[in-house]
Design a protein around this ligand. Sequence first.
Ligand code: 6CS
Ligand code: FE
Length: 295
Amino acid sequence: MDDARAESDPYFSRTASREEIGARIDPVVWGDVVGPLSQRDLDQYRQNGFVVLPPLFEPSEIAELSEQAEKLATRRSAVPALEQIEEPDSDRVRSVFRPHKDNPAFAALASDSRLIERARQILGSDVYLHQFRINYKPAFAGREFSWHSDFETWHVEDGMPRMRALSVVVMLDPNTTDNGPLFVIPESHRHYVRCAGETPENHYATSLRKQEYGVPSPTALAELASRSGIATVTGAPGAVLLFDCNLMHASPSNLSHRPRTNAFLVFNSTENQLVEPFGGRQPRPDFLSEQRPGL
Ligand code: 6CS
Ligand code: FE
């Protein structure tokens, strides 16, 4: 490892042609904030890097959010095109960022205490919304997401200093083994894959459709997966997945006859505010990383 580099940035990545698996130096559960998660939930989260909670939302709440999500998926001229991401091979909507900006149902979800209290409990501090998106996977048409650690991108491209953030996924449809569910590598959050290659300018313009940098090699993925395999995350509508920002995850295309729409809310600790991107490029736009201090 490049020791001098690591001293100034323990999570440097995409600086060399060689990839490397390093260690996480941050806690997973930061502790000291009391909340609704049980000790068992916290232990599972700490050990595996994720935990699936049974539905926290009523069917009527999920029905309303699903209806609103459908509305947001139709292209709206008032919304910057960049916030509505299309599939790599068609003009179908793949993701809508910032659904809370002009939609009361998603605005309410963004400040829902059921989510915030749990995020606070894991991160051991107050939290704020770092990124909010809806990922759509229509029947027969929703495409895959490559293997990646979100943190690797957020660190290099957005300037998130430490691993003190998490994703809260609210399932708006049943997530089943055949409709493009999330795949995770349990325990991978304890390692850090320094990816090879350099980040191209304005990488986000292509990476949100199909990510190619910040994607570990098959060798690194095999090494991580050989320890504890790959888990498929399934759940009923309203179920909530909490997963660590550095958990290796991916998802296959939806080849089934049923859609899979999920809301992804990323909470960051208020003690982990963004700084300048560690990869040396311009910060990405606000819709990918909210509350960027005036840099
Ligand atoms: O670049 C990002 O921030 C996003 N990309 C992926 C594939 N996952 C997390 C995040 O939404
Ligand atoms: Fe991701």
